[in-house]
Design a binder for this molecule. Structure first.
Ligand code: DGT
Ligand code: CA
Ligand code: CA
Ligand code: ZN
Length: 581
């Protein structure tokens, strides 16, 4: 069992305990342990096997949790989890993904109305029976039905980060096989879509033409985490991989076709359709094996993507842009933007520490950021409205600002800005007084409460916040949680225009569960004149490495380095901070 699986079982058990209304302290200890284990760099099973070492040496893992992990390693479950599963079927966990229903309502629905699954819940709503229950109503019924619809849409999709993990896990061993030269992910993963439906992997090498592919495909279908072989042909295998059941399609190809196959299987489908239509106009036909003349079937290109695009009259197009939304026209006119790259990022401007709900201290975060090569960071812990996260009040804000000034004087591995992720209250007011905010270097304003406001309320709320002049950045602007919570209803373009006018930056939150903003919204905000920062919202050092996911969104939004403020060198960034709004 790997760390991820252990973490998942712990947090599922915490979910069930929450439905069972168990003691909050114990629930939190499971959640904290899950987060610590997920971010732990070393395999817990390795530590277990080593008699010299103890699991309790991992921060966040006490004796109780250590015993749980030992039991998990032995028999794949643990007593507490079994006990919870005797109370509730595992299918109720899916109900937590439906917006509008908390753990208490789920317990009530299960115990008194036999609601075990999302289907049961839908039936209850359609029969208009939910509205008759205490503290529920017709409005909630509607909301739950809408939420079920978006749950179904996202069911069977996976986070981009998860796709990358599986791709890395599978590719590593394949690359070591004899005769294999290249193993590359294509499809939505390569385009950097925020969620993926399945994983498309292409492999090539001298030995793979003809039946040379069979050793590679044998390797794939026999991987230890393959749950089911869905299909197996001469040069293609499809499997369901891991407990999560992600479908992985692997295709083996001859080198002369590799570029054409990468182009074809990267998609998007709409991009490919337009490209192929335009090839036809030149008397060329394009498929996954190559680009050929219609007359005489002569191969014109195929080994590289560059060549395929060039022979149809286009510059090579970065995969993130291949959505048939203007990229082909730009490539034909040699006007593709010089997209931002991950190594151009010089600082991270949204992160949490033990001051609020982060796992590590300021110094630990600063050292981890310096190790990534950053020149500056902002520490942005939560404000007091998030009491659960031990958010800062005015007094602590002002002490914190002072403390950070001192630390910078004493010496830190990089420039640290004192910041805050300040709650935007339901009416658009900031949670912290303007005077206290003015002591800080860097204020991110975010919505964390009253997320069920309607479009008008949410738009007014965000406009008011943007116009308050108290914040530098609008944090995770749409509030979406991928596969879990839809963006807030709001008139985004209006808010983007106001942000541009006031010089408030739009955050691109790189946390893989958020990826907020998405590519299309970034593009529309840029069209309104916005500038951006890309930040990880890290709650522990390992999260700082999520930055490339945010950069991927920025690329999908057609951004160049000059659109993104945290590409600025230290001195220039310093003068931006000094020039207060
Ligand atoms: P996903 O898996 O839903 O996240 O999205 P994709 O884009 O990875 O879609 P997938 O896995 O069905 O197919 C991979 C690529 O293969 C797709 O982006 C374009 C190409 N492709 C698949 N089917 C067709 C097709 O019928 N026509 C064309 N032109 N291309 C296709
Ligand atoms: Ca795919
Ligand atoms: Ca596929
Ligand atoms: Zn936040």
């Amino acid at each position: 069992m790997d760390n991820k699986q252990i973490a998942r079982l712990l947090s599922e058990t915490a979910d069930l305990m929450e439905i069972a209304a168990e003691d909050g302290f114990r629930i939190r200890s499971y959640r904290n342990a899950a987060a610590a284990i997920e971010g732990h760099p070393e395999s817990l099973e390795d530590i277990l096997r080593d008699r010299e070492r103890k699991l309790t040496s991992i921060p966040g893992v006490g004796k109780g949790i250590a015993a749980v992990i030992e039991e998990l390693a032995l028999r794949g479950s643990f007593e507490r989890r079994d006990e919870m599963l005797r109370k509730y079927p595992a299918s109720v966990l899916a109900l937590l993904k439906i917006q509008g229903l908390g753990p208490k309502s789920i317990a009530l629905l299960y115990e008194h109305h036999g609601v075990k699954t999302v289907d049961d819940l839908e039936t209850l709503c359609r029969e208009q029976k939910l509205r008759n229950l205490p503290r529920m109503g017709a409005k909630l019924e509607e909301k739950v039905l809408r939420s079920i619809e978006s749950y179904r849409k996202s069911a069977g999709r996976f986070l981009l980060s998860f796709g990358h993990e599986v791709a890395a896990e599978i590719s590593e061993g394949m690359r070591a096989l004899p005769g294999v030269e290249r193993v590359e992910a294509a499809g939505s993963l390569r385009r950097g879509k925020d969620t993926i439906g399945d994983l498309d992997i292409l492999v090539t090498g001298d030995a793979l033409a003809g039946d040379g592919a069979s050793a590679v495909l044998d390797y794939v279908v026999k991987l230890p985490r393959v749950e089911e072989v869905l299909g197996r042909g001469v040069n293609k295998a499809s499997v369901k991989y891991g407990a999560e059941g992600l479908q992985v399609d692997v295709r083996a190809l001859a080198k002369e076709s590799f570029g054409a196959a990468m182009q074809y299987f990267t998609g998007s489908k709409e991009h490919n359709v337009t490209l192929r239509t335009n090839a036809l106009k030149l008397g060329l036909t394009l498929n996954e094996y190559g680009l050929f003349t219609l007359e005489g079937n002569q191969r014109v290109a195929g080994a590289t993507e560059e060549d395929v695009y060039a022979k149809i009259g286009y510059d090579w197009i970065p995969p993130e842009l291949r959505e048939n939304s203007g990229e082909l026209e730009a490539a034909a006119a040699h006007r593709l933007p010089d997209l931002i790259q991950a190594d151009q990022i010089r600082g991270d401007l949204h992160m949490h520490t033990t001051e609020s709900d982060g796992k590590s201290t300021l110094r630990e975060m600063a050292e981890a950021a310096a190790a990534l090569g950053y020149e500056y960071i902002a520490i942005t812990d939560h404000s007091k409205a998030l009491a659960m996260a031990n958010g800062l009040d005015e007094k602590r804000v002002s002490e914190f600002a002072k403390h950070v000034r001192e630390l910078n004087r004493e010496g830190l591995p990089l420039r640290v800005y004192s910041g805050l992720e300040c709650d935007i209250m339901r009416d658009g007011e900031m949670d912290i007084s303007a005077d206290a905010l003015a002591e800080l270097d860097w204020v991110v304003g975010s919505v964390h409460s009253h997320m069920n406001q309607d479009e008008n309320e949410m738009t007014d709320r965000l406009l008011r916040a943007v116009e308050s002049r108290s914040l530098r950045v609008l944090g995770h602007p749409t509030g979406r949680m991928l596969l879990h919570r839809e963006p807030f209803p709001m008139r985004f373009e209006q808010i983007a225009a106001a942000a541009a006018a006031r010089g408030v930056l739009m955050e691109i939150n790189a946390s893989p569960e958020r990826l907020d903003l998405s590519g299309p919204l970034i593009r529309s905000a840029k069209a309104k004149g916005c500038r951006f920062v890309i930040s990880t919202d890290a709650h522990q050092p390992a999260h700082l490495r999520n930055m490339p996911y945010g950069v991927t969104m920025a690329r999908r939004g057609w951004l160049t380095a000059s659109d993104v403020l945290n590409t600025l060198p230290k001195a220039e960034f310093e003068s931006v901070v000094a020039a207060k709004a």
